[in-house]
Design a protein around this ligand. Structure first.
Ligand SMILES: Cc1ncc(COP(=O)(O)O)c(C=O)c1O
Length: 373
C-alpha cells in the first residue's frame, strides 16, 4: 500500500498526461507557454476568483502574497502553531514576527478565539503592528473563515489563506483558495492537486495585488522582463507542470475529490469504535482530505504502532511532530501566548493514515484491521 498512490493515478491518466507533456516538448515554450495561461484561467474559474498567478511552489506563493502587502520588520503575522514550517517561514523571511496561535482540538485549524486573544495581546503589550493572519486549511479542511474574517475585520488585519493542503475544499459551496484577501496553494506531488515536481499558485480578486505578485515573481519586472521596478524573486510554474496540471484538474474535478471523500467516510465508519479520535468536518464544510489524521489516546506508543502497521504493509506519517514555536529557526523572534497546549498534545498523538482517490475499501479495511477494528 502507498501512503498516497501517485503511481495508480498515473496509470489511469497516462494517455492524457503523456500527450500533454509531448505537446509541450513539441512546441518548445518551456517557460510561460500557452498551458500556463490556460491553467491560470481554469484555476481562477474553479476557485471563483478574478486572478490566479502560478509560481514555483506553495512557499513562494506565501512569500509573494506577503511581499505584495509589504510585510516586513515591525509587523506581526499570526500563524497557527500546528502547521507545516512554510506557513511561518514566509513571514519570518521577510523580517516580520510570527505570532503562533493554538488550533482547534478536532479540526486542527486556527482557533478564532485564541486568534483574537493573540491580536489583543500584540496590540496592548508589544511594539509590533498586527498586519496579517495566515490561516491554514490543514489536512484539506478549510479553516473557520467566517469567524476568522470577523476577527480580521475588527482589527484591520489582512487575511492570507494558506490553501497548500486545501485545494478543492469548500464552505457552503464557496471554494478553498477564495477565502483570503490573497490565497495560495501548492502543487507538490502529494497535494490534493499535485504536479510532477514543484508548483504553486496565488489567488486574489484584487487587480492591484495580482499585478504586484506577477511583478515580484519575475524579478520585480515593470513593463517587461528587462525593466525592473522592484526587487523580487524568480518563481514560475514551468509549462510541463502546467500541462500535467490541466490533465489532472479534469480528473480532480470529475471524480477524484468525490472518491477521496468516500474513502474518508469509509475510514470514519470502520474506525468508529476503534478508540481513536477521528477528524471532524463541521456542518457545511467540505474537505479535500490531503490527510486522514487520527489522534491516539495519550500514552499509546505511536512509534510501536507505526512499526506494527509498517510490518503489515501500511505506511503512516506524523504530521507534525513539533509545534512551530518550538522550531529552532524561530527562536530569535516569535510570540506564542500560552504555549499552545492543544498543539502540544496533537504533536504527541496524531497519526496520518494512507488515503487518496485511488485507494479502495480493501485498503481501508486492511488499515482498520491493524488498528484493532
Ligand atoms: C500548509 C502548507 N503550507 C505551505 C506549504 C509549502 O508548499 P511547497 O512545498 O509547495 O513549497 C506546504 C507544503 O507542504 C504546506 O503543507
Amino acid at each position: 500500500m502507498q501512503f498516497r498512490d501517485l503511481g495508480a493515478q498515473y496509470a489511469v491518466l497516462k494517455e492524457g498526461i503523456d500527450g500533454a507533456v509531448a505537446r509541450v516538448l513539441a512546441h518548445g515554450r518551456y517557460i510561460n507557454g500557452p498551458e500556463v495561461a490556460e491553467l491560470e484561467k481554469r484555476l481562477a474559474e474553479y476557485v471563483g476568483v478574478e486572478h490566479c498567478v502560478t509560481c514555483g511552489n506553495g512557499t513562494d506563493a506565501l512569500q509573494l502574497a506577503l511581499m505584495a502587502w509589504g510585510a516586513g520588520p515591525g509587523d506581526a503575522v499570526f500563524v497557527p502553531d500546528f502547521t507545516f514550517f512554510a506557513s511561518g517561514e514566509a513571514p519570518t523571511l521577510l523580517g516580520a514576527t510570527p505570532v503562533f496561535v493554538d488550533v482547534g482540538e478536532r479540526t486542527f485549524n486556527l482557533d478564532p478565539e485564541r486568534l483574537e486573544e493573540a491580536v489583543l495581546y500584540v496590540e496592548d503589550s508589544t511594539d509590533l503592528v498586527p498586519k496579517a493572519v495566515v490561516a491554514v486549511d490543514l489536512f484539506g479542511l478549510p479553516a473557520d473563515y467566517p469567524a476568522i474574517r470577523k476577527v480580521c475585520e475588527k482589527h484591520g488585519l489582512l487575511l492570507l489563506e494558506d490553501g497548500a493542503q486545501g485545494f478543492g475544499g469548500s464552505i457552503s459551496g464557496k471554494m478553498a483558495c477564495s477565502f483570503g484577501d490573497i490565497s495560495t496553494t501548492s502543487f507538490f506531488p502529494a497535494k490534493p492537486l499535485g504536479c510532477y515536481g514543484d508548483g504553486g499558485a496565488v489567488f486574489t480578486d484584487s487587480d492591484e495585488w495580482a499585478a504586484l505578485v506577477r511583478s515580484y515573481a519575475v524579478h520585480g519586472k515593470g513593463s517587461m522582463k528587462y525593466d525592473n521596478v522592484r526587487v523580487g524573486i524568480n518563481s514560475r510554474l514551468d509549462t510541463v507542470q502546467a500541462a500535467v496540471l490541466l490533465e489532472k484538474l479534469d480528473a480532480f474535478d470529475a471524480y477524484e475529490l468525490d472518491a477521496v471523500n468516500k474513502m474518508a467516510a469509509l475510514y470514519s465508519n470502520e474506525l468508529a469504535d476503534s478508540g481513536l479520535t477521528l477528524p471532524v468536518v463541521q456542518e457545511g464544510f467540505y474537505s479535500s482530505w490531503a490527510q486522514y489524521t487520527v489522534q491516539l489516546s495519550e500514552g499509546v506508543d505511536r512509534t510501536e504502532l507505526q512499526t506494527r502497521l509498517k510490518e503489515k504493509g501500511v505506511p503512516t506519517m506524523v504530521y507534525y511532530p513539533k509545534p512551530m514555536h518550538k522550531q529552532d529557526a524561530f527562536q530569535d523572534a516569535y510570540y506564542c501566548l500560552d504555549g499552545c497546549p492543544t498543539t502540544g498534545r496533537l504533536c504527541e498523538t496524531v497519526l496520518s493514515l494512507p488515503i487518496g482517490p485511488y485507494c479502495d475499501s480493501g485498503d481501508v479495511e486492511a488499515v482498520s484491521c491493524v488498528l484493532g477494528c
